[in-house]
Design a protein around this ligand. Structure first.
Ligand code: ADP
Ligand code: MG
Ligand code: MG
Length: 946
């Protein structure tokens, strides 16, 4: 029988912080905080597995659960010295949900459970405070009736409101005891009327009701939707935490708050948070009252504040990460109610990682592990163009709120989540404007460019959810007067209607009317620091796909160490002159005419290559010879054909005829790639000449060059040998004529399955391979990348066919295409141990694929310039993960008979095991690569794979 309930209290806990998957984040955090001696009210946690059992058996509880819970209640009663349902001094508990991943506000919590008509009187006497006792009771009745029993919230809120109105008071805390008692009776009468039975008085019945409520909220629409949006579908349920209550609503020497051990927006190492005096639970987060800054606690309750500062230090040291904390102060004594690693802005992720390495709190490896590839994308989120004239900004400034999540956003105003989702689906950028957000709104919040709320602080629902996404958000914008009915918001005398434009500056908290220009932000220094750590650790080189000197320059700025794919055909579309020249070459019907046309292209290409070589300054540059089918270059409508005929001085019919000739019914599998050069060797000759002449020119000017000439779509050794010898012949002629020495490589793409299978033969002459995984995926799967969009989504959707986890054109199909790659690598290196191998498909910039490329021993990946940092990160993470896996595998090798011995053995075994790590196994291949020779000396990461 599995253990289903884990106790924590008085410095001891049955679970611990590593058991998030079993106890949920909240349960694991409570156990860990208890064990390290922090003041945590005692309690127990029902496991997530129990929730999964409950659902698996058609919402029934396992038989033995009742007994286990009763035992734990007894333990809790012993630990607290109070008894559940005691008429004099009752034990009150909270019943709290908590899944393995944070799902802010998605699930339910019930506070003050254990109160009934008798014990509320006992509590009033024991504490000498009837107001407090009845305030707790009315909160409990409200929460239990709505969350556990499904009554709607409004009627009881109405009664509360009316009570305050009749008494001419504003704050809940001002309602006197007698009136609260009346309110409790009204609530109970309402409950009886709606449910046909009296409000449950037995605490055990209450407890089971609350446990059911927590379990059932797992499948509530909003929670299901949240898991979909956040890709958390793998979670199996929630834990339930039953915990002794502490009372922030007891008096003015009590309060409750939420804080972060560092600033979650800037990442700065300062204590940061909100709190309220005389308040309970959700009051701070719900944004009903505007909270105070944490620092104000220092003057109000210096003792508790000091304790809290100590807790901050302890927890950061313990978890080696920024923590998000919930606390309550009761009679100036501090209690900790929750801790978890805090969500933070993309900028803060880098700042904290770099700072913590400097503080020696974490290692560089740990810092690298903490960054997700999405975080890099998010860093590049827009800000308002700083060149916007100050006058314009002033004129458009509408109002200010609390700067909850940095970045900027501009879009059409909408007032509800459905509209946001509907418009965003059509590609319209929207700003979601709400009084406050609630978990029901997450779909719309996700779809919106930015979020603006009237109420709430930096820890409100809107702020927390938006921060997780790095989405611009302004909260607590009190000047807004929102009418959902009229679909408009009034600010002073300005009325903004649905569909009007607003621009938000989430960094400053300013709302502007209309559209402002947004630009990419400046990156924090910490970004460069963390990526430098990545470069130190990774062994996989990162190159870029670039076709112009400009792109090449950009890519170097992003950290690229060479060009892995320069597509020569892209150079032909740059100007009218170029298009004309290539078209003339294609419509030519004799070798002489074609050569004449090619002669016009030669200087153009040479100049481009020269520019690229210069920009890459010694880094390797892989140039792929012409690849697409020729018909893609010629005009298909009559007017354009006539123009072309006129421009190059041949009859229109001839052009038309040639275009028809070039037509193919399946061009993807047609006359393209190296097959063009097999048929028209003069194209090869011109391109190789242009490359080598440009390289010679660079060399003469003292610029380092390393051209790598690449033949696309090769599928046979004899075919490659032919191309290779032609390439070398042309190159030799140019080099000899120049009278200098020039190093260059000749290689091939591996993008046809046959080439992967026959790689051993092809590698006899090839000096390098580059996996073209776009084509290789198409051809291995027999799926057209351009058309698969119609059905591929069903293959990826786990609710439909769910055949693939990811789109194979985005994330490499490791099982199939990956297997071909492995065959290709093994074959290639078997005949040519020095073979340099890379990848140049889209996959080269996708984190999971990059890690795979590292694992199978590639020398480099190549991707578009803006994805270069993602590839650098992923390549470093691959090394760290490999090390971690080796460490984890080490102790298992010698399974010791007894536990006590196991530890000692594990320590000893760890050292040799490290040496045997898979990294080293791959080493011969790495060492054998021509990296050393080919590497231009001065480059930082050149010591590794190239
Ligand atoms: P959430 O996951 O939505 O944060 P929690 O379970 O943390 O929900 O609880 C909601 C609120 O109730 C929080 O502010 C929390 O601090 C407070 N709370 C929960 N348990 C207790 C308790 N035993 N005593 C006092 N306050 C509590
Ligand atoms: Mg909480
Ligand atoms: Mg290709």
């Amino acid at each position: 029988m599995p253990k289903r309930v884990y106790f924590f209290g008085a410095g001891k806990a049955e679970g611990n912080g590593s058991q998030k998957e079993l106890l949920g984040g909240k349960g694991a955090g409570l156990a860990e905080m208890t064990m390290i001696g922090l003041p945590v009210p005692a309690g127990f946690t029902l496991t997530i597995a129990t929730c999964a059992e409950y659902y698996a058996s058609g919402k029934r509880y396992p038989k033995e659960l009742d007994k286990e819970i009763r035992q734990n209640i007894s333990k809790l009663e012993k630990a607290t010295g109070k008894r559940l349902g005691d008429p004099k001094n009752p034990l009150l508990v909270s019943v709290r949900s908590g899944a393995a991943r944070s799902m802010p506000g998605m699930m339910e919590t019930i506070l003050n459970l254990g109160l009934n008509d008798v014990s509320v009187e006992g509590m009033a006497k024991t504490f000498g405070d009837a107001r407090f006792a009845y305030d707790s009771y009315r909160r409990f009745i409200q929460m239990f009736s709505t969350t556990a029993m499904g009554l709607s919230k409004e009627p009881m809120e109405e009664m509360l409101h009316k009570m305050k109105h009749d008494l001419h008071i504003k704050e809940d805390s001002q309602i006197p005891a007698d009136s609260l008692k009346v309110l409790c009776n009204q609530f109970k009468a309402f409950y009886l009327e709606k449910k046909g039975e009296p409000f449950p008085q037995d605490p055990i019945v209450q407890l089971w009701g609350a446990i059911s409520a927590v379990f059932n909220c797992w499948e509530a629409d909003k929670a299901v939707k949240y898991r979909q949006v956040e890709k958390l579908n793998f979670l199996t349920g929630t834990g339930v935490n039953v915990q002794q209550m502490v009372f922030g609503n007891k008096n003015d020497r009590s309060g409750t708050g939420v804080c972060f051990t560092r600033d979650p927006n800037t990442g700065e190492n300062i204590f940061y948070g909100d709190w309220l005096i005389n308040a309970q639970g959700e009051d701070v987060v719900a944004g009903i009252r505007t909270p105070m800054k944490l620092i104000e606690m220092d003057s109000k309750y210096p003792g508790a504040y000091k304790q809290l500062c100590a807790v901050r230090k302890t927890l950061e040291k313990h978890y080696k990460d920024m923590q998000d904390l919930e606390f309550t102060v009761e009679d100036e004594k501090l209690y900790m109610l929750q801790c978890r690693s805090g969500k933070r802005s993309p900028q803060a992720i880098f700042v904290m990682a770099a700072d913590m390495v400097k503080e020696k709190l974490i290692t560089k490896e740990e810092a690298i592990k903490r960054i997700a590839s999405d975080d890099i994308d998010r860093l590049f989120y827009p800000v308002i163009d700083p060149k916007t004239p100050k006058k314009d900004l002033e004129a458009k400034k509408l109002t200010t709120g609390i700067n909850a999540v940095p970045g900027a956003a501009t879009g059409e105003v909408v007032f509800n989540a459905e509209d946001a989702e509907a418009l965003a689906a059509k590609g319209v950028p929207v700003i979601l404007v709400r009084k406050e957000t609630s978990p029901e709104d997450v779909g719309g919040m996700h779809a919106a460019q930015g979020i603006l709320t009237q109420t709430g602080g930096k820890t409100s629902h809107a702020a927390v959810v938006a921060r997780g996404w790095g989405k611009c958000c302004i909260v607590g914008c009190e000047a807004l007067n929102i009418s959902y009915e009229k679909q408009e918001v009034t600010i002073g005398s300005t009325v903004i209607k649905k569909g009007d434009f607003l621009t938000l500056d989430g960094s400053e908290g300013v709302v502007y009317i209309g559209k402002l220009d947004l630009i990419k932000p400046e990156l924090p220094n910490a970004y460069y620091t963390v990526l430098k750590y990545c470069d130190e650790i990774r062994t996989l080189a990162v190159r870029t796909n670039a076709d112009t000197p400009y792109d090449a320059q950009k890519a170097i700025e992003m950290g690229a160490q060479g060009i892995g794919l320069c597509r020569t055909e892209h150079m032909f579309f740059d100007s009218e002159e170029r298009i004309l020249a290539i078209r003339e070459m294609i419509v030519a019907d004799t070798v002489e005419v074609r050569k004449a046309a090619l002669a016009k292209l030669l200087p153009i290409q040479r100049a481009d290559f020269y520019g690229i070589f210069k920009a890459m300054n010694g880094y390797p540059v892989t140039i792929r010879l012409i690849d697409p089918p020729l018909h893609e270059f010629v005009p298909h409508d009559e007017d354009a054909q006539r123009n072309l005929a006129k421009a190059i001085g041949i009859p229109f019919e001839k052009v038309k005829h040639r275009v028809e000739q070039l037509h193919e019914s399946n061009p993807m599998l047609g006359h393209r790639g190296c097959r063009l050069c097999i048929t028209y060797p003069e194209i090869l000759e011109m391109q190789v000449r242009a490359i080598i002449e440009a390289a010679v020119q660079c060399k003469k000017e003292g610029i380092k060059v390393l051209p790598e000439i690449m033949h696309p779509l090769v599928f046979d050794a004899k075919e490659f040998d032919l191309l290779e010898s032609q390439t070398r012949a042309v190159a030799k002629e140019v080099i000899d004529a120049a009278g200098i020495k020039l190093e260059y490589l000749v290689g091939t793409m591996i993008e046809v399955p046959r080439a992967a299978l026959l790689a051993d033969e092809i590698a006899r002459k090839a000096q390098f391979f580059s996996f073209g995984t776009n084509d290789l995926t198409q051809m291995t799967m027999a799926l057209s990348r351009d058309d698969a969009g119609r059905f591929l989504p069903d293959y990826v959707d786990s609710k439909k066919a769910g055949i693939f986890k990811n789109d194979p054109f985005q994330s490499l199909d490791q099982a199939g295409v990956g297997k071909l790659m492995k065959i290709g690598i093994a074959g290639g290196r078997a005949t040519n141990p020095k073979l340099k191998i890379g990848i140049c498909g889209e996959h080269g910039g996708e984190a999971a694929s990059v890690k795979f490329c590292h694992k199978i021993g590639l020398n480099y990946v190549s991707c578009s310039p803006f994805r270069v940092p993602i590839a650098r990160l992923a390549a470093a993470q691959a090394v760290v993960e490999e090390k971690d896996a080796a460490k984890a595998a080490a102790p298992k090798k010698k399974a010791a008979p007894k536990k006590a011995v196991a530890k000692v053995v594990a320590k000893k075994a760890a050292a040799p095991a490290k040496k045997a790590a898979p990294a080293k196994k791959a080493a011969p291949a790495k060492k054998a690569a021509p990296a050393k020779k080919a590497a231009p000396k001065a480059k930082p990461a050149a010591k590794k794979r190239k």
